[in-house]
Design a binder for this molecule. Structure first.
Ligand code: ATP
Length: 234
């Protein structure tokens, strides 16, 4: 479904990604793990059109998207949930969700999609008239993911969804991600929570200093000696 092929991305003179290649097949969860500053967010921004690679290509369902604009990429069926949630605190939960369905195709199916999304997040239905800023951190993360789903994406990209959440909520968020994936949504996940994210991923990539240093099936990577030493404290 998604094929990133040898992209190089720069911020001015600084090269943030070097020959990065990765892929996600339809209905999979793929994840990119790595430490601070490894280039995870940069990779996601290149896919969603916020950064343009200096070279290399990004192909989604057979179409080269690396020269398209972000809104065109959303229309193709890619939705990105940014790190740090970026919800609108002075708007209601429902208004925040409506913001996610501005693409014409999605707008037509708004009510149906809303019911589908509330199925994953019943708490958001209960709180639909509340200001989003009054939600807890975990609920705000749920709202950010729910908003991302409102465009009915084929590929949902999640940037650090577990960041800053209490352990119980982390468990809940990973369960919900798995559940969303079961409903035929392909997921590309970026995480610092290596253990949790690889254990739910069909495919994993390890990024270090802008280079993919390791890749493989999620659970297999967890058994990799280098991974155990570098990321899992074993
Ligand atoms: P984190 O988990 O801390 O968000 P990350 O893996 O997502 O890390 P990126 O944010 O992609 O890493 O950053 C990759 C590299 O690019 C880092 O060295 C970072 O300092 C640099 N970088 C990121 N954004 C910019 C920018 N706007 N201008 C210059 N350099 C940047």
């Amino acid at each position: 479904m998604l094929q990133v092929d040898r992209i190089n991305v720069f911020y001015g003179d600084i090269q943030a990604l070097r020959e990065v290649s990765l892929s996600a097949a339809a209905s999979e969860i793929a994840c990119i793990v790595g430490g601070n500053g490894a280039g995870k967010t940069t990779t996601l921004k290149a896919i969603s059109g916020l950064l343009r690679p200096a070279s290399g290509s990004i192909v989604f369902e057979g179409v080269a998207i690396h020269l398209l604009l972000p809104h065109q990429i959303v229309q193709m069926g890619i939705s990105q949930v940014p790190e740090g949630r970026r919800i609108f605190p002075r708007m209601s939960v429902l208004e925040n969700l409506h913001m996610g369905s501005h693409v014409p195709e999605a707008r037509k199916k708004r009510e149906e999609t809303l019911a589908w999304v509330f199925g994953f997040f019943p708490i958001l239905q209960e709180r639909s008239t509340q200001f989003a800023g009054t939600l807890s951190g975990g609920e705000q993360q749920m709202l950010a993911i729910a908003r991302g789903l409102m465009s009915r994406p084929k590929l949902l990209i999640l940037d650090e969804p577990s960041l800053g959440l209490a352990p119980l909520l982390v468990t809940e968020i990973f369960e919900i991600i798995t559940e969303i994936n079961r409903h035929a949504t392909t997921i590309l996940l970026v995480e610092q929570n290596v253990q949790r994210s690889l254990s739910i991923s069909h495919r994993g990539y390890v990024l270090e200093n802008g280079v993919i240093v390791l890749q493989g099936e999620g659970k297999e990577l967890l058994k990799n000696e280098y991974m155990m030493k570098a990321f899992l404290g074993m």
